[in-house]
Design a protein around this ligand. Structure first.
Ligand SMILES: C[S@@+](CC[C@H](N)C(=O)[O-])C[C@H]1O[C@@H](n2cnc3c(N)ncnc32)[C@H](O)[C@@H]1O
Length: 201
């Protein structure tokens, strides 16, 4: 994804907008259904879900400051009080979340890292799945969407040992909840999706 750097976006600005900019343990209400999107990009997916489900909690987790600022803008425009925005790297997820805190994790159009020597960087790779396994509640759900078929098939293999995969499709129909990337990509190609429930054994 080409990213335009926004020079006015500083850590101080993000902090003033209540973005969490350094690792800290997040306090969540365990009685509320909690959703986490890792690599949220500009945030259309997670902000749309948050708008339509005000009684639930949504967390956008994104590495890039300029991209993340677009989530901040949407949060303000929609007046969302149920959306937490975190600037951070997924490899440090355990520094933000205790065990068993999250009901749903979404990975939307994560970078495919096609070269074999870079596969370990994929957000569906084993090392990341172990982090998700730890922070998901028992029977928590992982949903992964991509337009890159080889990445999808590799991810099915990565995910299987950790999650009961209960849904796969290689031609996902459009929905109310799509990312900026999906809206562009589905004009030219089919969209793949898998859903898995955490294995508790
Ligand atoms: C291809 S873009 C997709 C963005 C968005 N999910 C969408 O579908 O429009 C991948 C996003 O993941 C973010 N990302 C990549 N690695 C990450 C990591 N380790 N932790 C958090 N975010 C990450 C990138 O900054 C980028 O915004």
């Amino acid at each position: 994804m080409r990213v335009k750097k926004l020079s006015f976006v500083t850590l101080d600005l993000l902090k003033s907008k209540s973005v969490i900019i350094e690792p800290e343990k997040i306090t969540l209400d365990p009685s509320k259904v909690t959703h986490l999107e890792v690599g949220s990009g500009k945030g259309h997916f997670i902000t749309s879900l948050a708008k339509d489900n005000p009684e639930q909690v949504f967390i956008a987790f994104e590495l890039n400051m300029s991209v993340l600022y677009r989530i901040v803008e949407k949060k303000e425009m929609l007046g969302l009080t149920n959306l937490i925005i975190i600037l951070g790297d997924a490899k440090n997820l355990d520094q933000y979340f205790e065990k068993d805190m999250i009901d749903y994790i979404y990975l939307n159009f994560s970078d495919p890292w096609p070269k074999k020597k870079h596969h370990k960087r994929r957000l569906t790779y084993e090392t990341f799945l172990k982090l998700y396994q730890n922070i998901l509640k028992p029977s928590g759900i992982l949903q992964f969407r991509t337009d890159v078929y080889p990445f999808f098939m590799d991810s099915v293999d990565y995910v299987e040992p950790y999650f009961h995969i209960f849904e796969t499709t290689t031609d996902l129909p459009p929905s109310l909840y799509m990312t900026e990337y999906e809206e562009k990509k589905r004009l030219h190609t089919k969209i793949n999706q898998l859903k898995g429930r955490l294995k508790n054994d």
